[in-house]
Design a protein around this ligand. Structure first.
Ligand code: FDA
Length: 298
């Protein structure tokens, strides 16, 4: 109840308060912060993926800036030999402006990444962009790039058909529940329906010998994936677990200590607001954190 109230009030809460609470989900303002987090997690045996914060870019100039920052990340990964790769939000590269423009920008990123031997994942955004992002993915594969992966969202009713249509490409898939608000006509709404679809899609991915990033903090789905991996005797060549920076760290380290590969999603940058508010909306303890920040300033 209190959480629901806070969610509706989020736009009214001062950004400084939101920032205080949200910074646990973000490495910091610069690539050096993302490098520090990657190094720390590498010491525990884990890997990361780095995301330059920024999305729903509306001018070509902003998209160019985002592209240059993504290329800086690639240079840093290469120079420092970091156990990481790049995640890219296609709207940050101009997908909302023009698909062809975004294609050229992302192709430049993927070409440089390919030269450096680095993988690039296209994050999945809200439903107006699903077709566009899948089209981009297919075009890059048709161009001969194998260093690119996709994300599928279990709440989307279409994801089953999307997997079927992608089987011949054997894509590297990150499977997540999906974070945006979508209409019941196109997306499952209840927790159980989303979980059931997640389990079904995971089995389809394994049945068709595709690599999967099991991206969830939900114990029901984590335990299901662990059981399925054991039953099928799958190796690290087939899967990894993925979590977000700052979320369920104890559980994350348990999974890692069981010997499963684990990657965390490490966003950085000054454009943190959209990402941070989405994370806060998912956090069951959000109300108490925000109140604590409001009253104590930490
Ligand atoms: P759920 O939301 O049910 O969370 C399970 C439990 O985890 C909760 O009960 C709570 O205990 C804990 N938890 C979850 N979020 C928390 C938080 N913010 N703070 C504290 N505790 C929290 N989505 C998308 O649409 N496109 C994408 O490209 C991606 N990419 C992506 C990458 C990675 C690595 C991950 C882990 C997730 C994504 N997502 C995403 C987000 C995803 O779709 C989903 O919204 C979140 O992971 C939350 O769903 P869970 O499966 O974790 O379940």
């Amino acid at each position: 109840m209190l959480n629901k109230l806070i969610i509706t009030m989020l736009p009214l809460i001062p950004k400084t308060i939101i920032k205080m609470v949200a910074m646990k989900y973000i490495a910091g303002n610069s690539i050096d912060d993302a490098k520090r987090v990657t190094d720390e997690f590498a010491r525990l045996g884990g890997m990361t993926t780095i995301d330059v914060l920024g999305e729903f870019v509306t001018t070509k100039e902003e998209a160019q800036t985002e592209k240059e920052e993504s290329k800086r990340v690639l240079h840093a990964i290469k120079e420092n030999n970091m156990p990481t790769y790049l995640s890219v939000k296609p709207t940050s590269q101009g997908l909302e402006i023009d698909e062809e423009f975004a294609y050229r920008n992302i192709k430049e990123i993927i070409t440089l990444a390919d030269e450096y031997g680095i993988f690039v994942r296209l994050d999945m955004e809200n439903s107006p962009y699903t077709d566009g992002i899948l089209n981009l993915y297919r075009r890059f594969r048709a161009d001969g790039f194998d260093n690119v992966g996709i994300v599928l969202q279990a709440y989307m009713r279409r994801s089953e058909d999307d997997i079927k249509s992608l089987i011949s490409l054997k894509p590297n898939i990150r499977l997540c529940k999906g974070i945006y608000k979508e209409a019941p006509s196109i997306a499952f709404q209840s927790k159980e329906e989303v979980r059931n679809n997640y389990k079904k899609l995971l089995r389809m991915i394994f049945d068709n010998d595709m690599y999967v990033g099991v991206a969830t903090h939900d114990d029901v789905l984590i335990n299901d994936a662990i059981a399925e991996i054991a039953k099928r005797k799958l190796t690290k060549a087939h899967y990894e677990f993925q979590m977000l920076l700052g979320v369920r760290e104890k559980r994350r380290n348990e999974i890692l200590n069981m010997g499963h590969p684990m990657r965390i999603y490490v966003p950085y940058g000054s454009d943190w607001y959209g990402y941070a508010t989405r994370r806060l909306k998912e956090n069951p303890d959000m109300a108490s954190h925000i109140f604590k920040a409001m009253f104590t300033g930490k």
